[in-house]
Design a protein around this ligand. Structure first.
Ligand code: ZN
Ligand code: ZN
Length: 320
């Protein structure tokens, strides 16, 4: 089958990749669409020392597995867990100590014709949700994780830093809470996109940080983000960190201590809430799609995903 692999930091589109081995409790899924995210680009640059098939955002059809799932359209949670360790026992399976992660950590991903995944990771996609929408469930779930971890009320003053592919999802989820929301970014087209959705947007050069935001959600994917967030958040406020990049050297964390700021790391989130939001059309994801490439043009697609003027780049792996 076709697959996009990373080996020692080299990306390649392979045409004769072996079919996935389907182990007990797993299903084989034929991938329709896959999404490229910042994590994929970080992995190519050496993050996680990953070796294997890239990709973790997908929608597809179950080819082999239990009869209730066969031929059904599904999306897939990315953490493959043991259900035995202390984290799993405590209901924190996403933090399983023995987990592998699809396309990120010791498990083949979805930039391929087919993928083998644990049956319990799958969620059925309702008919009301198209493939183009369903492929956003994984990052949208990560956006819902922000409100799962950090209470946001109508009076909460929130800023989203970085209106990229994740930041625009986070901003839409927060906007539903009716909170006092601003988005801070650099790219005029993306700021305009926020304004069109009724979300106030500010250029980072026009930002006067006043230590007045209750919550700052950092989605820049850049090392500088945390420093800006620290200048914006109020004393005893909260910074939610979504960027999986190393912090810059020389960042002054004194502000974190002086203002007694809560720093909250945030990763994967609830799939059912994301699927429900898409079915209700509560979140718009279609306008985030910059371009869809066939799997055969994966190298061009990855390059396009690295261009900051693009938002979501999709890979069309197979017809529905
Ligand atoms: Zn992702
Ligand atoms: Zn576990």
């Amino acid at each position: 089958m076709r697959a996009v692999t990373v080996r020692n930091g080299n990306v390649a589109l392979v045409h004769d990749h072996p079919e996935p081995e389907v182990r007990e409790g797993e299903c084989l899924v034929r991938v329709h669409l896959a999404g490229i995210c910042a994590t994929d680009l970080h992995i190519i640059n050496g993050y996680m020392n990953f070796d294997g098939v890239l990709g973790h955002e997908m929608v597809g059809t179950v080819v082999s597995g239990p009869s209730e799932l066969r031929d059904k359209r599904v999306v897939c949670e990315i953490n493959c867990v043991c259900r035995k360790c202390d984290m799993c026992s405590a209901g924190l399976a996403n933090h399983c100590r023995n987990r592998t992660v699809i396309g990120i950590d010791r498990r083949d991903g979805c930039f391929a014709d087919q993928i083998a995944v644990p049956q319990r990771n799958l969620h059925l996609v309702p008919d009301a949700v198209s493939d183009e929408e369903a492929v956003f469930v994984e990052p949208l779930a990560a956006a819902y994780q922000v409100v799962a971890q950090c209470p946001i009320e109508s009076h909460t003053n929130v800023s989203v830093l970085g209106p990229g592919r994740l930041g625009l999802l986070v901003a839409q989820v927060l906007a539903q809470r009716g909170c006092k929301l601003t988005v801070v970014g650099r790219n005029p087209a993306k700021l305009e996109m926020c304004e069109k959705k009724g979300i106030q947007a500010i250029h980072v050069d026009d930002l006067v940080p006043r230590h007045d935001r209750d919550v700052v959600v950092e989605c820049t994917g850049a090392p500088e983000g945390l420093g800006i967030a620290l200048a914006m958040v109020r004393p005893r406020g909260t910074i939610v960190l979504k960027s999986t990049c190393a912090g810059p050297g020389g960042i002054n964390l004194a502000s974190l201590v002086i203002h007694e700021v809560t720093l909250l790391g945030s990763r994967c989130g609830p799939f059912p809430e994301a699927l429900d939001a898409l079915a209700r059309k509560a979140v718009d994801v279609r306008s985030l799609i910059s371009r869809t490439f066939p799997l055969d043009q994966a190298p061009e697609a990855l390059e396009a995903a690295g261009n900051p003027s693009n938002l979501k780049i999709l890979l069309k792996c197979n017809a529905r």
